[in-house]
Write a protein that binds this ligand. Structure first.
Ligand SMILES: [Zn+2]
Length: 224
């Protein structure tokens, strides 16, 4: 981990719960704590892939900053877990599209049931509790670059267009320490803007319909 930080890693991701053929392997707490301590000493945020509630527990107890996913295994989160995640100031990246990509061997019916009964209630509960939600897709591991599906799932979990907007802008700016100059449109802030071609208040998939991307005042993407 020290080598990765030395080589320029911006953050550390830890499998606190790892799905293996034999079942979910949980990272020992002392090992997770040592990793988080070292990462924080270097000023780097730590992400966890929890897999299930035991993995989320290790993330909480070891001081992880961000759950990189909801937990597709182990059922919906009880209120006590939601409360403890909130108290730990944990951020959550839902990565709901990831579960669709991963469900390719499952029936559509079984997949929808898992989303409706396990995963979406987790995001709904954490969002309603005021937990911090960050947008993310796992692109790089998955190849679905179109983000529209993710916005549909986030809406189905009860997030308003305003809350989804926050997950794309002010929340990550705050979490990663850029809120003094990024995340909002205001005088003196970085000229980093995304211009949409439709109104996300009418349809959340409009967040994926990008007309222009502006970075430091320069148009770096323009819809054809
Ligand atoms: Zn992961």
């Amino acid at each position: 981990m020290r080598k990765q930080i030395h080589d320029g890693a911006d953050g550390i991701k830890l499998w606190t719960g790892s799905p293996e053929a034999s079942g979910v392997v949980i990272t020992p707490l002392d090992l997770a704590k040592a990793i988080v301590t070292e990462a924080h000493r270097a000023g780097k945020p730590v992400f966890a892939h929890p897999t299930n509630q035991d993995g989320a527990e290790i993330a909480i107890q070891s001081g992880v900053d961000i759950l990189a996913h909801t937990t597709d295994a182990g059922g919906p989160w009880p209120p006590s877990l939601v409360e403890r995640l909130k108290s730990a100031h944990m951020a959550l990246i839902p990565t709901l599209t990831l579960w669709h990509v991963e469900s390719k061997n499952e029936s559509r019916e079984g997949f929808e049931k898992g989303m409706n009964e396990v995963v979406l209630p987790q995001l709904r509960a954490y969002s309603e509790a005021g937990g911090q939600i960050l947008f993310g897709t796992d692109v790089g591991y998955i190849e679905q670059f179109d983000t529209s599906e993710e916005f549909v799932w986030m809406s189905r979990a009860g997030m308003s267009s305003q809350q989804i907007l926050e997950s794309l802008t002010t929340n990550p700016a705050q979490r990663f320490g850029y809120s003094s100059h990024s995340g909002r449109i205001a005088k003196g802030m970085d000229a980093d803007l995304v211009v949409l071609r439709a109104d996300p208040a009418q349809d959340a998939t409009a967040f994926s319909k990008v007309r222009y991307t502006i970075r430091s005042g320069n148009v770096i993407y323009s819809e054809k």
